[in-house]
Ligand binder design. Structure first.
Ligand code: PLP
Length: 458
């Protein structure tokens, strides 16, 4: 099926000393202090802007969009072909083993919940308290061991080894670990953790939500059993995610969703009941009409990042991270949150607190006065952020009040995160803004509305 001209119209950037073109790079936003400024999205860890190339690919395909799988028409066949080719692209992008399955899901959360439903009976799950809630919470109904935050990557491996050695050796077990922290940006020793898991008869799933946009993920080389990621963090915000890896547990499991597409045949039994024969391919867990555009967009992002070259992307990002951290280090009131220390390798995700400032106030002022989008809060990693903040309690502070509880550390942090589409100017503007806010204070007044800090417009 080749009539569809699915080559991208926009070229990828020639060299990664330049940011990759993303949508919204010229969007301007109003400032509360007057005037407009180009928006600086520094919340990539939540959702990254779409790559221009992804958008162009989707736009070029859109007129050819058709029903997937059983449709007899030309566009249905073309769309089915594109959907399955997207699966192959993702398979190659993730360095999967030949027999690994790639299941299209909605997101990392969805992928990990799918895997949780496929765990064999009696499977024990091991996680670190440092994980995102998407990796901490899906394992209900299984025995979960939550390990303390380690102080170094080596400690992480040793702690996992100890925990696995202490378990019943013959039952199934799963370790779930992130590749890069969504709070500190620090890289986790995935290969070593996989070796430890396998040495103790456990399997491992890599939460690559934060890793995949920044570094190559090679399932076979890392020797992880599964990997989960989200398209919207990978510059392809069209509602698709991926769970990729070993087929056996997925094939043995009940379908994630029961319905059309997951079943080969359904028959009515003589006793009036129903019997379904489920697929044993990825389709088993993809019931319902698939999100072709989401899958295609995700595959387009995989191609674009591969062509740009992760080495070059990572080199540029490392420079920006160093610049950002060096700039923040010049402000004595700023404390950057870290588990593994200053020298740990990390992606473009940095969380921090400012002495005497409510983090929500900092984030609101960055947006309203500088056009910079960051995030404040606990980043869906409550146990980790609370630990890094020194045991922060639940209640949010009033806007404008110092972000501390009596006798405790700050309640919330600010997170700044960026990636392949970030120009140097966004990082520079952010640093200038933090320095000005700390030195001169906010130029506007803010109030608390529904627990959030917002500019007071009178
Ligand atoms: N894992 C990590 C490390 C994350 O940072 C996130 C989202 O921020 C998730 C999982 C969940 O991703 P999603 O919301 O796309 O399901």
């Amino acid at each position: 099926m080749s009539a569809y001209p699915h080559t991208a119209t926009a070229p990828a950037a020639d060299t990664c000393t330049e940011p990759l073109p993303v949508l919204g790079r010229d969007v301007t936003v109003p400032l509360v202090t007057g005037g407009e400024v180009t928006y600086a999205p520094l919340d990539y860890a939540a959702s990254a802007p779409a790559l221009q190339r992804v958008w162009d690919d989707v736009a070029a395909y859109a007129p050819y969009y058709g029903s997937v799988h059983r449709g007899a028409g030309y566009l249905s066949q073309l769309s089915t072909d594109l959907f399955e080719r997207s699966r192959s692209t993702v398979h190659a992008f993730l360095g999967c083993r030949p027999r690994d399955q790639v299941v299209f899901t909605r997101s990392t959360t969805d992928s990990l919940n799918l895997l949780a439903g496929a765990l064999p009976d009696g499977c024990e799950v091991f996680v670190f308290e440092t994980e995102h809630h998407a990796a901490l919470l899906p394992w209900r109904g299984h025995r979960v061991t939550c390990l303390d935050a380690p102080g170094t990557p080596r400690e992480a491996v040793e702690s996992l080894e100890r925990a696995l050695a202490a378990r019943e050796p013959y039952g199934p077990a799963l370790v779930c670990v992130t590749g890069a922290s969504n709070v500190t940006g620090e890289l986790w020793p995935v290969r070593e953790l996989a070796a430890a898991a396998h040495a103790h008869g456990a399997r491992i799933v890599l939460d690559a939500a934060q890793l995949a946009p920044h570094r190559p993920v090679d399932v076979a080389a890392l020797d992880v059993d599964w990997v989960a990621l989200s398209g919207h963090k990978l510059y392809a915000p069209f509602g698709a995610g991926v769970l990729a890896g070993r087929a056996d547990w997925l094939r043995a499991a009940e379908p994630y969703l029961a319905g059309g597409g997951a079943s080969r045949s359904v028959v009515r039994r003589p006793d009036g009941g129903l019997e379904a024969d489920w697929h044993d391919t990825a389709a088993r867990h993809e019931a319902g009409s698939p999100n072709v555009i989401g899958a295609y967009a995700l595959a387009s992002a995989c191609r674009t990042l591969t062509e740009a070259g992760f080495e070059a992307l990572a080199a540029r990002e490392r420079e920006l991270v160093a610049r950002l951290r060096a700039g923040l280090a010049e402000v004595p009131q700023v404390r950057v949150l870290s588990l593994f220390g200053d020298d740990a390798p990390r992606v473009g995700v940095v969380s921090f607190v400012v002495d005497g400032w409510n983090s929500s106030h900092v984030a609101a002022a960055l947006s309203a006065e500088y056009g910079i989008g960051v995030r404040d809060g606990l980043f869906c990693a409550h146990p980790l952020v609370r630990r890094l903040l020194g045991g922060a309690p639940e209640a949010p502070a009033e806007c404008g009040a110092p972000d501390t509880a009596p006798g405790d550390g700050p309640l919330n942090a600010v997170r700044v995160s960026f990636g392949a589409g970030t120009p140097d100017e966004h990082v520079d503007r952010f640093l200038r803004a933090v320095k000005e806010l700390v030195r001169d204070g906010a130029r506007w007044t803010y109030r608390t509305e529904d627990g959030r800090c917002v500019p007071d417009r009178g």
